[in-house]
Design a protein around this ligand. Structure first.
Ligand code: 1GP
Length: 257
């Protein structure tokens, strides 16, 4: 079998992967969809509001899902709106071929072998057969150890006052060949990752930095972008806004000013 090269976007006559597009994109908010919390009937309106405000990609996934089968959800979502979806998988059970790319998460802040190599070996043959774009991502949990992701992964986050540890962890991921850094305070966190953490990583690395968890306002998102983030992930706050177009317009205008 020939392993397909993922091609999801074209600029001129040059095909471009999502990772390449991310490297060139201006810093911006990035919507995280939890299929457990967004019905397919509500998805179309929500996605159109995001696209019209300037959204170009969305993450899909979550550390724990009990209702929506991710595969069915993504198949139907892609038929409904042409918004590229990037899987942010909480477990191998969330794998689906109906996405445009997948974050291959290396949970570098933790010391649980399952999230450092175990799950990766389980899914590698499936990814090979799929042949889509796999984005090696150093995933760093920070802040207070009170989120679902800590319980599910049985790992401790890096304390909020240790940007130098976040920096060292990101560097380790980069030396291991990973292409993106994701600093996450966990969905619904009271406090987002700090600009100091982002700055510490940006001081050392030029690869895309995604930051999320507890970003509730455009001001916080703008401060993270100012510190060097390429993407600020917004999940819970978008849900609370009922995915309104004004909500996204405010985020995009402050993040891109
Ligand atoms: C969690 O970074 C994401 O993994 C988004 O978090 O739901 O708090 O926006 P929120």
């Amino acid at each position: 079998m020939v392993h397909r090269q993922a091609v999801v976007e074209e600029v001129g006559s040059f095909p471009m992967s999502i990772l390449e597009a991310w490297k060139r994109a201006s810093p911006q908010p990035l919507w995280l969809i939890d299929p457990d919390r967004l019905s397919l009937s509500a998805y179309r309106t929500a996605a159109e509001a995001y696209l019209s405000a300037g959204g170009r990609w969305a993450l899909v996934g979550g550390s724990f899902m009990s209702h929506a089968p991710v595969d069915e959800w993504c198949v139907a979502a892609r038929r409904s709106v042409p918004l590229p979806l990037v899987l942010f998988p909480g477990s191998p059970q969330q794998l689906t071929e109906s996405v445009d790319a997948l974050l291959f998460l290396f949970l570098a802040s933790g010391r649980n072998p399952h999230y450092l190599i175990g799950a990766h070996v389980e899914v590698a043959p499936l990814l090979y057969r799929w042949g889509g774009e796999v984005i090696p991502t150093t995933y760093i949990l920070v802040g207070q150890a009170n989120r679902t992701v800590h319980y599910i992964t049985q790992t401790l986050p890096i304390p909020a006052d240790k940007p130098e540890l976040v920096q060292a962890t990101a560097l380790a991921g980069w030396y291991l060949g990973q292409k993106v850094i994701y600093i996450d305070a966990g969905s619904g966190a009271d406090v987002s990752p700090s600009p100091e953490m982002v700055r510490a990583v940006r001081d050392r690395l030029s690869i895309p930095i995604i930051v999320g968890g507890g970003v509730h306002t455009p001001d916080v998102a703008a401060s993270l972008i100012e510190a060097g983030a390429n993407f600020v992930v917004i999940g819970t706050a978008a849900e609370k806004s009922q995915f309104s177009r004004t909500f996204w317009e405010e985020f995009f205008s402050l993040c891109q000013s």
